[in-house]
Design a protein around this ligand. Structure first.
Ligand code: PEP
Ligand code: MN
Length: 337
């Protein structure tokens, strides 16, 4: 951390600051220039994150050198993390496609969609059993019964399943039945939930909050990892901007940015990012082209009657066509699909 002192700062002010840093267990290096005095803090300055150093007399600015996260950072781990999801690897050369309905509906429908996405080449089945709906009058999901249908679909197709948790009280069911626990955009900063899920090593798909910054996303991932869970995947799913033409704005710049900052796999969700099925394929292609490690895509055999997000769901035939074109893009960027 670099602390720049105001012009004309007194020796007492500098000593007062240095004394406080010493109390916090940090060494200081003082450089006195012609116009400015600068205090360099030596040691792990993350403990200063919550210290109000700018209120000390004579302090002009405080610039951290280390990022406020550790375990998620590229400095901590140079190589890409590869998460093993029941035998399916996420984060290696092979791109992981997670596909399925927004919400788990009837058993036969869920199993049918699972078979369709599996035969088209998806490696993981998605499906929400607990749905975080904006309106209390919208379909809220089948709950535990929905998780059981996913288990049945896994039994019949061999696809591991990802499903969203809303409440830590259901964690036991998710640990037993899901292969990846999804923490959705609305819960990205539910810190108590992050801590609870972080206590297990079950793979987690952490989605970026509706208006969360990259830093906030990484700090939420750090919550999970600091509790011991190292199987964390990040998901860019669009952020809220002034644009209302589509559901969200897909921030694809986040993909190469995250890949530079963290070793964790980065998944892109073009379905929730756009909210329109016709925009899903172009954005899915762009996501692979810019380095995403996987995609989360909503597929429904009858979008017109879907209980949730039919407008952004691909029919199986369209999903199949998309998979064929994604293969070519993956090849062009040195990945497999
Ligand atoms: C979902 O994937 O089902 C979902 C609700 O997504 P998000 O949390 O990104 O809105
Ligand atoms: Mn959805």
């Amino acid at each position: 951390m670099i602390i720049v002192m105001k012009p004309g700062v007194t020796d007492q002010d500098v000593e007062h600051l240095v004394e406080r840093l010493r109390e916090l267990g940090l060494q200081s290096q003082i450089s006195t220039g012609e116009e400015r005095t600068v205090v360099g803090v030596i040691g792990d300055d993350r403990i200063l994150q919550n210290q109000p150093l700018t209120v000390f007399p004579g302090v002009e600015s405080v610039t951290p050198v280390l990022a406020p996260w550790k375990l998620v950072s590229r400095e901590f781990q140079k190589h890409d993390s590869v998460i093993d999801v029941n035998g399916v690897k996420v984060g290696g050369t092979k791109i992981a496609i997670m596909a399925g309905p927004c919400a788990v509906e009837k058993k036969e429908l869920t199993v049918g969609i699972a078979k369709e996405v599996s035969s088209a080449g998806a490696s993981i089945l998605r499906g929400g059993a607990y749905k975080p709906r904006t309106s209390p009058y919208s379909f809220q999901g089948l709950g535990q019964e929905g998780l059981d249908y996913l288990v049945e679909a896994r039994k019949q197709t061999g696809l591991p399943v990802v499903s969203e948790i809303l409440d830590a009280r259901d964690l036991g069911h998710f640990l037993e039945k899901a292969d990846i626990i999804q923490i959705g955009a609305r819960n990205m900063q539910n810190f108590e939930l992050l801590k609870e899920v972080g206590d297990y090593d079950k793979p987690v798909l952490l989605k970026r909050g509706l208006s969360a910054t990259i830093k906030e996303l990484l700090l939420s991932a750090e919550y999970l990892m600091s509790r011991g869970n190292r199987n964390v995947m990040l998901c860019e799913r669009g952020i809220r901007t002034f644009e209302t033409q589509y559901r969200n704005t897909l921030d694809l710049t986040a993909v190469p940015t995250l890949k530079e900052m963290t070793h964790l796999p980065v998944i892109v969700d073009p379905s929730h990012a756009t909210g329109k099925w016709n925009l899903v394929a172009p954005m899915a292609k762009a996501a692979i082209a810019c380095g995403a490690d996987g995609l989360l895509i909503e597929v429904h055999s009858n979008p017109e009657c879907a209980l949730c997000d039919g407008e952004e769901s691909l029919k199986p035939s369209r999903f199949r066509d998309l998979m064929a074109s994604l293969k070519l893009i993956a090849q062009a960027v040195g990945r497999d699909l």
